[in-house]
Design a protein around this ligand. Sequence first.
Ligand code: SAM
Length: 208
Amino acid sequence: MNAYLERLRKQNKLPELGEMRLYAKKENIPILEEESMQLLLQVLALTNAERVLEIGSAIGYSALRMASDGSRRKITTVEKDRKRYEEARFFLTRSSYRQSITLLNGDAFDYEEDIAKGRPYDALFVDAAKSHNQSFIETFSPHVKRGGVIVVDNVLFKGWVANPLEAPKRLQKLARNINAFNEWFQNHPGFATKIHAVGDGLAVGIKR
Ligand SMILES: C[S@@+](CC[C@H](N)C(=O)[O-])C[C@H]1O[C@@H](n2cnc3c(N)ncnc32)[C@H](O)[C@@H]1O
């Protein structure tokens, strides 16, 4: 079915995107799965999201996909790792969407003041250290407008959230942690949240 959908979809033809996908594959850098990307882009389109804050840029792939999917969309994206940031800079500065993307290097928590200057954001996309999902939302959702969306990737963590003991030993604590986050986010009165079983699991919350 995925092969069928791939054929059916109108491919985003930006040349950098193909290069970025190949580079990510070669270097084993995790980027958002295509099925999850489709849902993310649709959520942004449905909510007319023009200002998006992303935590976790990696090489800038999802930032460029989000920027190039909406006519006037502006993305602020933060990447902690210096090497990833340089890679993102390399790809994004060559892109025709470079004016639409503000790329920051550092721990997102250290950038809160700068990030707050760009508020209100229409959407927040959290795709960084999974053990900090709740803190990211507690810190940055106040900068999202009411009715804005908060999207979080990898919330099903290969299905291990349902039974952390099935995860490799070193990942069991993280599986428990993501499960606790899911319960918190799903039941938080400040957000109307649905969790979607696409890709590695995508949570979408609407800020009340
Ligand atoms: C899954 S990758 C992001 C992929 C990217 N969103 C995409 O789909 O193209 C997660 C990234 O988050 C970064 N990260 C982790 N914790 C962070 C933090 N506190 N602040 C900023 N970036 C962080 C990691 O260095 C890593 O490159």
